[in-house]
Write a protein that binds this ligand. Structure first.
Ligand SMILES: Cc1cc2nc3c(=O)[nH]c(=O)nc-3n(C[C@H](O)[C@H](O)[C@H](O)COP(=O)(O)OP(=O)(O)OC[C@H]3O[C@@H](n4cnc5c(N)ncnc54)[C@H](O)[C@@H]3O)c2cc1C
Ligand SMILES: *[C@@H]1O[C@H](CO)[C@@H](O)[C@H](O)[C@H]1NC(C)=O
Ligand SMILES: *[C@@H]1O[C@H](CO)[C@@H](O)[C@H](O)[C@H]1NC(C)=O
Ligand SMILES: *[C@@H]1O[C@H](CO)[C@@H](O)[C@H](O)[C@H]1NC(C)=O
Ligand SMILES: *[C@@H]1O[C@H](CO)[C@@H](O)[C@H](O)[C@H]1NC(C)=O
Ligand SMILES: *[C@@H]1O[C@H](CO)[C@@H](O)[C@H](O)[C@H]1NC(C)=O
Ligand SMILES: *[C@@H]1O[C@H](CO)[C@@H](O)[C@H](O)[C@H]1NC(C)=O
Ligand SMILES: *[C@@H]1O[C@H](CO)[C@@H](O)[C@H](O)[C@H]1NC(C)=O
Ligand SMILES: *[C@@H]1O[C@H](CO)[C@@H](O)[C@H](O)[C@H]1NC(C)=O
Ligand SMILES: *[C@@H]1O[C@H](CO)[C@@H](O)[C@H](O)[C@H]1NC(C)=O
Ligand SMILES: *[C@@H]1O[C@H](CO)[C@@H](O)[C@H](O)[C@H]1NC(C)=O
Length: 603
């Protein structure tokens, strides 16, 4: 073939591409947007379950422009509750990512002169109760070049269950919750004790069912978290260092694709999409309606210990050193059965998180909680004692206060009720995440760890300071997962012990959300992502609690599997209906919160 022929072929190919895939998704002001008649007949074809989006807080604005039936007082009082947002078809926990478009007074980012509009909320919502309705809806959207979003609870920290001018599939009413003690796949002789759970459920309900039968399932730390996004992103929690991540515990899904197919996916059927939805991220490959998840024997007892390290006097360096010293001990403690979570804080902000802290210091205040199953406070104390002695010997009562207590909980329920329940929503934040293993915590020289920690807890508002949330969620539970059960979870989890979530960027959200996010993203890139690249050059991040503007998201969120996931997404979602921030292939698109437009880049 000569050059001209190649050129003509290429031109024809590009033309075909351009015709079948327009540059932007359709919005209502485009001539290609379906007519009212088309929406009506589509609505009929799905049994009338199509909703026009009504922002819940519309009743807080003059004239109630969208006719919300919820009184403003109710919306206002519930705005910081995740359960409230999950009960509403359109509402999401972190509305900044939907352009703060219709907030109740008092909400973070509220601006009385902004008014109430749909902004970054979807145009229409399918209140689905059957897979058939979802299949028809997805096909309709693909045929009309309309963006699709999927909302389970709306908990996503980066608003990935909302999108301007989109058709939203709301899975809330898929509420099945059944145990099958001897579930099996054809062709295998193995049976498994499972729960079969609709994707609209919340994991607290599944855990309640399980603990009544002295069983447990892997859940997050908060009962309000849903299955869809949590499981597809990996899903860590108090049992992940024992039984693996939530994605590792999935044996089957039912999934509807944007081509309108309803698939059962497991180890034998549709293995490729089954692999992708176990770790490859929510809202990208299709709409899951049902999960089959393993359950496990409940721990007989739970021991919980609290190690508190507070800087007391002038030598702030001692507290940073103590935190690094504790970090270096964590992998061995986890290998010996401890798990848990920690909070660290700096600046003025530390005073509210740590009431015992008398005045603001330049040190770090640290609260480490350890949990262990089927053991005793005495055994846990014996494990932690050498760490306490080392920290104490490197300090004095003048520079540091080091406190330790441990107690026993009779059963998993009484333990979980103590550690859970933040249910927090309605805030404006941008976090950055890193998964840390022995090479970062143990093998990195102490002075370097100290300086990375100082950077990780630095703040754009130096006086105010910031905080970090640290989960002991990897460790031994990761090592026991077979390749078959691993799915597409980022391989970096195999060597992860700690999950470190930092904050620190100032977000001025009451003016323009797009600009506020762009400023915060720039600060995060310079002050967090660059630091992680130095501390943890081959590491990764936990996509569900990470910075969605991380310039290295392809590597950090998906690791080795990015290219395979992208190829698979192209196969199952050829219309590219499903876009989420930092999803696979998302860098081919630009979502503009100001215009609401979702358009291809380099078109
Ligand atoms: C209070 C709170 C506590 C948390 N605690 C933990 C924790 O302990 N451990 C942890 O790992 N994470 C935790 N998270 C983070 C959590 O994993 C994410 O917020 C996750 O996105 C929640 O999933 P969801 O389905 O509930 O939320 P949604 O916002 O409904 O969905 C999140 C993403 O998944 C997609 N999605 C949802 N359902 C489906 C479906 N059925 N099919 C296809 N795509 C779907 C959405 O499109 C969106 O992209 C917590 C979050 C909050 C707000
Ligand atoms: C869809 O049809 C139902 C039943 O006729 C109706 O109540 C509902 O308002 C319709 N939805 C839209 C968006 O028109
Ligand atoms: C909302 O708040 C009210 C109190 O104002 C409370 O009674 C109600 O249960 C809450 N509703 C939801 C859905 O959380
Ligand atoms: C988002 O908010 C900004 C600032 O108020 C506004 O200019 C813009 O029109 C909004 N975007 C959408 C899609 O409504
Ligand atoms: C959604 O559908 C469920 C089940 O049919 C119904 O109970 C609920 O009222 C609907 N929600 C809205 C907002 O229409
Ligand atoms: C299942 O069990 C039968 C009878 O015991 C045996 O013949 C068969 O090989 C087994 N199949 C598998 C996949 O293990
Ligand atoms: C604390 O550490 C910093 C940086 O290593 C050093 O410059 C400073 O002198 C130390 N302060 C004290 C009181 O030791
Ligand atoms: C340090 O404080 C602890 C309790 O806070 C106390 O038991 C201990 O005796 C103190 N040590 C010294 C050397 O003062
Ligand atoms: C768990 O322990 C609490 C007390 O700590 C008790 O009230 C409860 O009944 C126990 N639950 C089960 C399932 O044993
Ligand atoms: C690893 O998993 C196997 C099979 O699920 C189980 O029998 C074994 O006890 C697990 N080992 C650990 C250390 O959890
Ligand atoms: C509120 O929004 C208006 C524009 O809609 C803007 O001019 C003003 O600066 C905003 N107020 C604050 C406090 O950001």
């Amino acid at each position: 073939m000569n050059i001209t022929a190649i050129y003509i072929l290429f031109a024809l190919f590009s033309l075909g591409n351009a015709l079948s895939s327009p540059r932007c998704k359709t919005i209502p002001s485009d001539p290609t947007w379906p007519s009212n008649e088309e929406w009506n007949s589509f609505n009929k074809s799905i049994n009338g379950v199509l909703l026009k989006t009504v922002p819940a807080a519309s009743s807080c604005w003059s004239g109630n422009p969208f006719g919300s039936s919820l009184p403003c007082e109710v919306v206002k009082n519930n705005w910081t509750s995740g359960f409230f947002h999950s009960s509403q078809p359109e509402s999401i926990d972190f509305p900044l990512y939907a352009n703060n478009s219709c907030l109740p007074p008092g909400a973070s980012g509220y601006n009385g002169s902004r008014g109430c509009n749909l902004g970054g909320l979807p145009e229409y919502i399918v209140n689905a109760t059957s897979e058939q309705q979802i299949a028809i809806s997805l096909k309709f959207a693909a045929d009309h070049n309309i963006r699709v979003v999927v909302k389970g609870t709306g908990h996503d920290l980066n608003g990935r269950s909302s999108g301007a001018y989109a058709l939203s599939i709301w899975t809330h009413n898929f509420r099945k919750l059944e145990r099958n003690k001897a579930w099996s796949l054809p062709l295998t002789n193995r049976t498994e004790d499972v729960y079969i759970v609709g994707s609209g459920q919340q994991l607290g309900n599944v855990l309640d069912e399980a603990t009544k039968a002295r069983r447990v399932v892997t859940t997050g730390q908060d009962p309000s978290v849903g299955l869809g996004g949590y499981i597809q992103g990996g899903g860590h929690g108090p049992l992940s260092s024992t039984y693996g991540l939530a994605a590792h515990n999935v044996l089957q899904v039912r999934v509807v694709t944007t081509t309108g197919k309803i698939l059962v996916a497991n180890d034998f059927l549709n293995q490729d999409i089954f692999w992708a939805v176990r770790g490859g991220g929510g809202g990208q490959y299709g709409v899951i309606t049902e999960y089959v998840i393993k359950n496990h024997p409940a721990p007989e007892t739970v021991t919980m210990g609290v190690l508190k390290i507070l800087p007391t006097e002038t030598n702030e360096n001692i507290s940073w050193n103590a935190a690094a010293s504790l970090f270096s001990a964590i992998p061995d403690l986890m290998d010996r059965g401890l798990t848990g979570a920690a909070t660290a804080a700096t600046g003025q902000g530390a005073l509210s998180l740590f009431p015992d802290l008398k005045k603001s210091t330049k040190g770090i205040a640290f609260n480490q909680i350890f949990w262990a199953y089927n053991t005793t406070p005495a055994v846990m104390t014996a494990l932690v004692n050498p760490v306490l002695s080392r920290i104490r010997s490197e300090s004095s009562n003048l520079t540091l206060s080091v406190d330790w207590t441990a107690e026993l909980y009779e059963n998993y329920t009484s333990f979980f009720s103590v550690i859970s329940g933040s249910n927090a929503a309605g805030g404006s934040a941008l976090s950055s995440s890193r998964l840390l293993g022995r090479s970062e915590l143990v093998d990195t020289p102490r002075n370097d760890v100290v300086s990375y920690l100082r950077e990780a807890l630095s703040s754009q508002n130096e006086k105010e300071g910031t905080f970090a949330t640290i989960g002991l969620q990897g460790g031994p539970g990761m090592k026991n997962i077979s390749n078959e059960r691993w799915g597409s979870v980022n391989e970096v989890w195999r060597r992860t012990y700690l999950h470190f979530i930092t904050n620190g960027a100032s977000l001025d959200t009451s003016a323009n959300p797009k600009q506020a996010l762009a400023h915060a993203a720039r600060w995060m890139a310079e002050n967090r992502e660059m630091m992680w690249q130095r501390w943890s050059p081959n590491g990764g991040a936990y996509m569900n609690e990470a910075n969605p503007f991380n310039p290295h998201f392809r590597h950090d969120f998906y690791g080795l599997y990015y290219d395979d996931l992208l190829a698979l997404k192209r196969r199952y979602d050829p219309s590219d209906s499903l876009f989420v921030l930092s999803g696979v292939g998302s860098d081919n698109w630009e979502y503009d919160l100001d215009s609401g437009r979702l358009c291809r880049v380099n078109y």
